[in-house]
Design a protein around this ligand. Structure first.
Ligand SMILES: C[S@@+](CC[C@H](N)C(=O)[O-])C[C@H]1O[C@@H](n2cnc3c(N)ncnc32)[C@H](O)[C@@H]1O
Length: 199
């Protein structure tokens, strides 16, 4: 567990090796959740940039936010490796997204972190503040299955079973902020994408 103040429980970056095995084609995941060329996007809790780099390859602008500067450095290197120059890296707390990424954006992606947010309603309100009308909040979550049933490279992986959220539970947490479930997509083997639309 990170000792950074404000760190969301159960959202540590995976140990090296098995993330690429689980997500061999992050660009295809982005396409599946409705990220399209030319969008302005925030990658919230971007980690080491596994999704940030393919986002930068298609988006107009990307703001990558993470609490942990060392992961931002890794994400910066990953984006640099593809030669993209349209990405800004911001160290900060996801709750503060409205001040960290002030421009209205088309899409906010939160992959593999929403399950750990203690006050999801607060986070959803902050996300709503930076979305354009009709903008999307894409949440990629582990399915609500026992951790023992989601192995990768021979070991149980992902957040503790009790932290995992079903699509309905996720939708109930963001609905009060005015975000309606627009689409649900399967992201095999263990994830789903819940895509919410701002009013
Ligand atoms: C499991 S990783 C997922 C990274 C990336 N989204 C992916 O799917 O590859 C979760 C990330 O959330 C970050 N994080 C945890 N608490 C945070 C907070 N309060 N604000 C911003 N980032 C946070 C962690 O530093 C970590 O990099």
């Amino acid at each position: 567990m990170s000792d950074l103040p404000g760190f969301f429980p159960g959202t540590e970056m995976p140990t090296a090796g098995w993330w690429p095995a689980l997500w061999p084609d992050p660009a295809a995941v982005l396409a599946a959740i409705g990220v399209v060329r030319g969008m302005d996007v925030v990658d919230l809790c971007c980690g080491d940039g596994w999704f940030t780099a393919p986002l930068a390859a298609i988006a107009r602008r990307v703001t990558a936010v993470d609490l942990d500067p060392k992961f931002l450095d890794a994400a910066r290197a990953r984006v640099g490796a593809i030669g993209a120059e349209n990405c800004t890296f911001v160290a900060g707390d996801a709750y503060d997204i409205a001040t960290l990424a002030p421009r209205p954006v088309d899409y906010v992606l939160m992959a593999n972190a929403f399950h750990g947010v203690p006050d999801a309603a607060r986070l959803a309100r902050a996300v709503t503040r930076i979305l354009k009308p009709g903008g999307r909040f894409g949440v990629i979550n582990w399915h609500k299955r026992p951790r023992t049933e989601t192995p990768a490279m021979g070991e149980p992986r992902g957040p503790a079973t009790e932290l995992r959220l079903s699509p309905d539970e996720t939708a109930a947490k963001v609905a009060p902020a005015g975000l309606a479930l627009a689409r649900l997509v399967e992201l095999p083997p263990y994830h789903y994408g819940a895509i919410f639309a701002a009013g």
